[in-house]
Design a protein around this ligand. Sequence first.
Ligand code: SF4
Length: 259
Amino acid sequence: MPHSAAVTRRIVRSLERDHPGATTELVYRNAFELLVATILSAQCTDDRVNQATPGLFARYPTPDALARAEPEELEGLIRATGFFRAKSRSLVGMARAVAERHGGDVPADLTALVALPGVGRKTANVVLGHALGIPGLPVDRHVLRVANRLGIAASNDPVVVEHQLGAALPPGRWTLASDTLILHGRRICKPKPLCDRCHAREDCLYAGGAASSPPAHRAAPRARGAETAAAKTRGRKTRDVKTRGMKTRDMKTTDMKKR
Ligand code: SF4
């Protein structure tokens, strides 16, 4: 069981103050461009994606234009983002589906988005939340790791974590909360966390914080996390979830097909 909704909201609000202005670092002008950029961001940094997309968008500015391309035509433009053959196929498949099923408009609907080639739940939520004004709560490896460590979620399944966070937070805060947790995961709560620089440590289960901490959840995470000095002092075992192991596995399998 994760923290109560009230504790979760308090922790997230605190993190939002620590990381003001959190948002996606992908550069885009509309939902189509964000959809393309997010697909390209699999196993790639946002900076590298942002270097590739201007040329791609100049040549294929709309879903209809991209739908008329052959995947091989894209490969040179996106090679630097890695896995360029698979990504080329995903992009053209996505564009053709948008053109054929949705008249060339990116659908503003989670179910319709995840039915597009190369589009998984995380990508769909990124596009909904940032470009279409519809609440979306993307759960990537950072959100998964940070939320479990803090105790505001308690699962290794991104969909379960999405629902746990979504139940605790108002829909209007979902996307900002996700962006905030991602930034916290990149800057502070890295795989090797910088707990001494973290303002949330008093509430953090991983760090042995004092916030409400159901015993069942303390027993759930295991194996990969290091015990903190605070936890050792109290003689308690505080364990991390297997998110680091999941990162490699996910990126090599499902992430490349459906993010
Ligand atoms: S206290 Fe440490 S483990 Fe907990 S959220 Fe902060 S950085 Fe992460």
